[in-house]
Design a protein around this ligand. Structure first.
Ligand SMILES: *[C@@H]1O[C@H](CO)[C@@H](O)[C@H](O)[C@H]1NC(C)=O
Ligand SMILES: *[C@@H]1O[C@H](CO)[C@@H](O)[C@H](O)[C@H]1NC(C)=O
Ligand SMILES: *[C@@H]1O[C@H](CO)[C@@H](O)[C@H](O)[C@H]1NC(C)=O
Ligand SMILES: *[C@@H]1O[C@H](CO)[C@@H](O)[C@H](O)[C@H]1NC(C)=O
Ligand SMILES: *[C@@H]1O[C@H](CO)[C@@H](O)[C@H](O)[C@H]1NC(C)=O
Ligand SMILES: *[C@@H]1O[C@H](CO)[C@@H](O)[C@H](O)[C@H]1NC(C)=O
Ligand SMILES: *[C@@H]1O[C@H](CO)[C@@H](O)[C@H](O)[C@H]1NC(C)=O
Ligand SMILES: *[C@@H]1O[C@H](CO)[C@@H](O)[C@H](O)[C@H]1NC(C)=O
Ligand SMILES: *[C@@H]1O[C@H](CO)[C@@H](O)[C@H](O)[C@H]1NC(C)=O
Ligand SMILES: *[C@@H]1O[C@H](CO)[C@@H](O)[C@H](O)[C@H]1NC(C)=O
Ligand SMILES: *[C@@H]1O[C@H](CO)[C@@H](O)[C@H](O)[C@H]1NC(C)=O
Length: 315
């Protein structure tokens, strides 16, 4: 599946929350120490521009007849028009707040090839990553009013994700009792794989893309073995000693040591995982934020039915 091959991630819980909740994932004080609300808003706007461009340009090419032929009910495309309007509204809202500091849209390569099923699969992934991005960014926000706006957007992204994965594709409506936060660089790693280029005068955002993580086979399910490969930021092979495959699901990651090896490693996907899961490579077995992420994440959708059994999606 295409969206499983797109390698992307975002995920922190605030230092404050970590002190009162029984969670393992904690943000380090070194994690984006000087980031401002303007940075976070421009980061969010970068993602909203991406989603807005995705829906606007894709739906221009995909007619109602195309959706019907691909096996979707007529209401599906009509609801997608509403999703598209939401993303457009988010762009307008964030742009107004940021004023002259607002980043402009980039150019993108989504690889839809006018295929409705590909469009639906990528929309599922984008809404899910968008949700994880807003969860992970929340603790950086200092202005309380902005936090409310971000939370209001977050909920809508999550509703989009649920509608697509459950109503449109016949899969699970949620993953687990908790959604998954992704940290800034993790999200940017995923987003940057579809960004072709950005306006050179765009306000700089203090995030970087991690080395991408390649998973083979991309369609593997929980309990199955995968090969993961990645390089160091400078392109060289990496020894896996001291590194971990961190499966991010909810707020408590599962860490599996990679062991000695040279750039390519075999990992068994934990059999209990269900729903949307990210895989990052970390050099910590207790945290999975940007300060310890070495590569990735990659994105998985382990769709399941009401009996918690892994089940293929309809389209
Ligand atoms: C954050 O700000 C402090 C104080 O200005 C500075 O010493 C430090 O280098 C900055 N860190 C980053 C990552 O920019
Ligand atoms: C829309 O279709 C045209 C013609 O096939 C193609 O060149 C263009 O890339 C498509 N746009 C998107 C966003 O898929
Ligand atoms: C989508 O619909 C357009 C216009 O009806 C048609 O030209 C095109 O071949 C259709 N594409 C697919 C993939 O069915
Ligand atoms: C953005 O949304 C928030 C929450 O609804 C609202 O308070 C604010 O006025 C909106 N800003 C703009 C520019 O639309
Ligand atoms: C769309 O992509 C899916 C998945 O790759 C493929 O099975 C299907 O045949 C494609 N549909 C068309 C009309 O090309
Ligand atoms: C970048 O340039 C464009 C076109 O000249 C302009 O509309 C936009 O406001 C500029 N952006 C920034 C952040 O200065
Ligand atoms: C996965 O790999 C391990 C060794 O790395 C092997 O023991 C196990 O049988 C493999 N599992 C499957 C399902 O292939
Ligand atoms: C690891 O891989 C790199 C590049 O692929 C190679 O140059 C190096 O010799 C390898 N090291 C070991 C110990 O196999
Ligand atoms: C990786 O590092 C460990 C510990 O330093 C070492 O024992 C092992 O030989 C190294 N493996 C490779 C492939 O370089
Ligand atoms: C762990 O990874 C982070 C992120 O790549 C890096 O900044 C840090 O130096 C690494 N720490 C160790 C002990 O290798
Ligand atoms: C769940 O299992 C029950 C009992 O085996 C079965 O009747 C039901 O159809 C299953 N539901 C789904 C969604 O597979």
């Amino acid at each position: 599946m295409l969206f499983k091959t797109l390698l992307f991630s975002f995920g922190l819980i605030s230092v404050h929350a970590a002190s009162v909740l029984p969670i393992k994932r904690q943000s380090s004080t070194q994690d984006h120490p000087n980031i401002t609300d303007t940075d976070i808003l421009n980061f969010a706007l970068t993602l909203e521009h991406l989603e807005n461009a995705f829906y606007t340009t894709s739906l221009q090419n995909l007619t109602a007849a195309n959706f019907t032929k691909a096996g979707f009910a007529p209401a599906v495309r009509e609801f997608y028009e509403q999703v598209s309007e939401h993303e457009m509204t988010h762009v307008a809202n964030l742009t107004t707040i940021l004023g002259s500091q607002a980043v402009q849209p980039c150019t993108y390569n989504f690889g839809i090839n006018n295929n409705v099923s590909t469009f639906v699969a990528i929309s599922d992934m984008l809404e899910t990553i968008g949700t994880s991005a807003y969860i992970g960014a929340a603790h950086y926000i200092q202005n309380q009013a902005l936090l409310t706006t971000a939370a209001a957007i977050l909920a809508v992204e999550a509703r989009h994700s649920t509608w697509i994965n459950n109503a449109v594709r016949g899969g699970n409506p949620w993953s687990t009792a908790y959604d998954t936060p992704l940290d800034l660089n993790q999200v940017f790693t995923l987003a940057s794989s579809v960004i072709a280029s950005c306006p050179s005068n765009n306000t700089a955002i203090p995030v970087i893309a991690n080395p991408p993580l390649t998973v083979t086979p991309a369609t593997a399910n929980p309990g199955e073995n995968i090969t993961v490969s990645f390089t160091s930021p400078t392109g060289g092979a990496v020894n896996g000693t001291g590194l971990f495959a961190a499966f991010l699901s909810g707020i408590t990651p599962t860490f599996i040591p990679l062991g000695s090896g040279n750039g390519t490693f075999t990992v068994t996907i934990p059999p209990q995982l269900r729903g949307f899961v990210y895989l990052a490579i970390t050099n910590s077995s207790s945290a999975a934020d940007d300060t310890v992420t070495v590569a990735g994440p990659a994105f998985f959708n382990f769709a399941f039915n009401a009996n918690n059994t892994i089940t293929p999606l309809k389209n």
